[in-house]
Design a binder for this molecule. Structure first.
Ligand code: GRF
Length: 200
């Protein structure tokens, strides 16, 4: 199988996934990294790994519709089996989401449905929850709301701040995301309504 990764910045989840591919844990190939940001550090990671990259910069289009047309064109050129959103900071429109129904996944640094949207880790601290974590889910039209594939938890410590909590959650993200990608390419994920059944 093949996949493309969409990222906007640091790209540590992208790195975790392509590392697991290299080790033979995931039986699929990353055919392209796509960023909306020409300065994303993820591009450096792609270059080091010999993975092609494309920049579809939001700023160079007159509106969201045109931007997404261009993005869809680039994605279609690579004809991936799976689209992986990894720190991709834009909300995708209905057309692209519908086109790739069941073939697009995202990671979010909270235990959804709690704390969707930005600064999820700080939201957990502000609420005062004692557990936090991350969620890998299929992408649907609503933000951070699709069927859940994997969640991993961390304990919130009394002394945590946004940075310390985020970095412990990130360790779990780097485990959860490759696990989910592997399951996808083993054809072991079946969406049944809101629930994802993981086949043995
Ligand atoms: C991660 O915390 C991810 O859950 C969130 O954005 C961050 C991206 O980190 N959506 P990275 O770019 O993968 O390092």
């Amino acid at each position: 199988g093949t996949f493309v990764v969409l990222a906007s910045g640091r790209g540590s989840n992208f790195q975790a996934i392509i590392d697991r591919v290299k080790e033979g844990f995931i039986h699929a190939r990353c055919v392209c990294l796509i960023t909306d940001n020409p300065d994303a550090y993820a591009i450096t990671r792609a270059n080091k790994a010999g993975i092609p990259h494309e920049v579809v910069s939001y700023k160079s289009f007159s509106d969201k519709i045109r931007y997404e047309e261009a993005l869809m064109e680039v994605i279609a050129r690579y004809n991936p089996d799976l689209i992986i959103l990894a720190g991709y900071m834009r909300l995708l429109g209905d057309r692209i989401v519908d086109t790739y129904h069941g073939k697009m996944i995202n990671i979010h640094p909270s235990l959804l449905p709690a704390f969707a949207g930005l600064h999820a880790q700080q939201q957990a601290l502000d609420y005062g929850t004692k557990v936090a974590g991350c969620t890998v889910h299929f992408v649907t039209r609503d933000m951070d709301a699709g069927p859940v594939i994997i969640q991993r938890t961390v304990l919130v410590l009394d002394d945590d701040d946004e940075e310390s909590l985020s970095s412990r959650i990130l360790i779990e993200e780097h485990q959860a995301y490759p696990d989910a990608v592997r399951l996808f390419f083993e054809h072991r994920l079946r969406i049944e309504g809101r629930r994802v059944r993981i086949l043995p």
